[in-house]
Design a protein around this ligand. Structure first.
Ligand code: PRP
Ligand code: URA
Length: 208
């Protein structure tokens, strides 16, 4: 496994991924388990964010605590990335949020951007959220559109990744860190991850 790939190895995450894969899972359960996985990925991806010491007054004494040194930006790639935002914010409720709208053409598999609102990346830790890394076209288009050189770091949090998407994305963005619950076998002939979970956007938005 490439050193920039960080698998989230946890029994409850394996269980939640199984719930998402099941075609009979209800939208209510799908949303709940996507949120649980996003929370786990957020804990893992933020584990080593740099801290600065601060003094804090407890009811009993003054002691040294810690606060984050840099701003954090959580940026879901619409639509499906929105299903991971609440989980990320469960862990970091004061994160700055940004939004990137990307839609993959189902024939060509080329993404087109229809919305972007991401605040200044200067010295920020950027966390892109997208449950599916398939060809990697969507996340690469999103990253090309952002001034990543201004950021302190940038990472992608995904639920399922295909080997093809990982390879293409790291080839173009070797400094990207990818936190993922599971790496699946392959893409099929129409660009879906196998075994995967189907269309994440449709399952999250109840538009099947
Ligand atoms: C899905 C998914 C990713 C993208 C992955 O979005 O949420 O953004 O496909 O595929 P790729 O790696 O081959 O680009 P989709 O374009 O279906 O849009 P949606 O989230 O609005 O449903
Ligand atoms: N987008 C999805 O939602 N699912 C896939 O398997 C591939 C791309």
């Amino acid at each position: 496994m490439h050193p920039n790939i960080h698998l989230l190895d946890h029994s409850l995450i394996a269980r939640s991924v199984t719930v998402l894969r099941d075609r009979d899972t209800s939208v209510v359960e799908f949303r709940a388990h996507a949120r649980i996985i996003a929370r786990g990925l957020a804990f893992q991806a933020t584990q080593w964010l740099p801290l600065i010491p601060v003094q804090v007054q407890t009811p009993l004494a003054t002691t040294t605590g810690a606060q984050l040194r840099n701003p954090v930006i959580a940026a879901p790639i619409l639509r499906a990335g929105l299903g991971m935002l609440d989980g990320f914010l469960d862990v970091l409720p004061d994160a700055i949020t940004g939004f990137i709208g990307m839609k993959r053409d189902e024939e060509t598999l080329e993404p087109y951007e229809y919305y972007r609102n991401v605040s200044d990346l200067a010295n920020a830790h950027l966390f892109l959220l997208d449950p599916m890394l398939a060809t990697g076209g969507s996340v690469r288009a999103a990253m090309r559109a952002l001034p990543l050189e201004r950021a302190a770091s940038y990472s992608l949090l995904s639920i399922i990744a295909a080997p093809e998407g990982i390879a293409a994305t790291l080839a173009e963005f070797p400094n990207l860190q990818i936190h993922v619950a599971v790496v699946d076998q392959r893409l099929n002939e129409i660009g879906y991850i196998v075994p995967g979970l189907g269309d994440a956007g449709d399952r999250l938005c109840h538009t099947l």
